[in-house]
Design a protein around this ligand. Sequence first.
Ligand code: FES
Ligand SMILES: [Fe+2]
Length: 422
Amino acid sequence: MRLLATDTDGPERLRAVAREAQQRPAHALPGYFYRSAVAYEADLSQIIYRSWLYAGHVSQIPEPGDFFQYEIDEDAFIISRAEDGSIHALVNSCRHRGARVCEEASGSRKTFVCPYHGWVYGLDGSLRGARHMEREASFCAGSSGLRSIRLVTRHGLIFINADPDAADFSMALDRIEPALAPYRLESAKVAHREVYPVGANWKLALENYLECYHCATSHRSYARSHSIKDISSNIAPLRAALWERAQRMTGVEGVTSTFDGCYDQEVAFGCSTWNNRYALFDGYQTASRDGKPVAPLMGAFSGYDGGAGDFQIGPLAFMLNYPDHCVLYRFTPRGLARSDMEVVWFVRGDAVEGRDYALDNLTWLWHTTTLEDEYIISRNSAGVNSRFYEPGHLQPDFEYIEIRFIKWYLDVLAGSALPAAD
Ligand code: FES
Ligand SMILES: [Fe+2]
C-alpha cells in the first residue's frame, strides 16, 4: 500500500483534516486516517495506549509462573502470574538494552532470562540478577525491573492500560455488571481462541463490528438467526416480546438491564462500555446451525429466552453472550494497515469437550461470520486506499454506533496534543 507522505504531514495537517471531517457528521472517515503514519501514531498514543484493553482470561494463567503475551503494534506485553498469585502486565523489553526477554506466546517459567546478556527477571517483573552490575555504584537493581502497566480483572477478564493516569475502569464495568455477572465468566473455560489477521487499519476492522448494515448482505448464516440485521422499527415487536419473557425464562435478574456508555458517552476516557439484549429469530435458542443449544447453560442461567447479551468492554472489545456460551471479540492494531481480530469462545467451567460440547458446533457461526468479515474488511481497505475514495453518508439507523465512534475519534484527534514534528 502506498502511504500518504509523512515527512511533511505533521500534527497540524492531522488536526486540520480531523476538523474538516468534523464538519461532515454521519459520514465515513476520510482516507487520510487509514493511510497516514502520523494519524496512526496519534491513534496509538492518543487512543489505544490511553484505553482499557482486553488482554486475556485468568484461566490462561492458572498457576504461579504461567504467562501469555499480548502484542499490540510493535509492542509486546507479558501477562504473568507471580509466585504470590498476583497478576502483572509487563513490557517485554529488557531494562538493559531493550531486547525482548520472552519469545513464547505463552508458557510457564520461574524467571524470564534475557537472551542477550542474561539479566534475570521474576514473574512480577523485578530484576533478580544482572551480571557484573554490582560493581557499578550508580546502578540500582530495585528500579531496573521490567516496566509494568496497569491491570484490572473483572469476572476473570483481564484488562490493561498503558496510561498511568487513566481513569479507573471499575466505574464503567460496574454499569454493565448486572447483565454481565450472571454468566460467571470468572469460572468459565476458554473453549477456543482464534486470531484472524486482516490486512486493514484497525479502525476498519472495528468499524465493521460496530454496524449490522452489512449483515444481511454479507452474513447469510448470521442473518438467519440474529434480528439486528433488520432495521430497528421492524424488529421492535420481537424485542419487546424478548424483554417481556427474558427474566422469567433465564431465571436471571438483571438480564434485561442496559447501559450506554460507549464512545462519545463513555464515563471516562478509554472506559467505553455498553450492554443491551437483543432477540434471536423464532426457533433460535442460541447461535448455532439449527438454533439448538451447543453447550451447558452458563453461570446463573436456568433456561433460554431466545436472546443474546450484547456488550462492549473497553473501546476495542465486545462480547455476544448467549445462555449457553459467550463469544468475545477483540480488535488490535498490528501496523498501519494490519490488524488482528481475535475471537474467544467461553463455555461453563466444568464443560468437557466431546461430552458437553463439540468444538465445531460451538464455533461454527462466529468462525464463519469472522471469515466473511475478514473478506469484506480487506475489500474495504483496498477501496478506501484509492486516491478517488470519498467518504459517503452513513445509514443512521443501522450505523449509529459507527457514527458515534467517528465523532469520538475525530474529537480526540482534532484536539490531540501531538509532539511537534521533527
Ligand atoms: S538487552 Fe537484556 S541483558 Fe542486555
Ligand atoms: Fe460482520
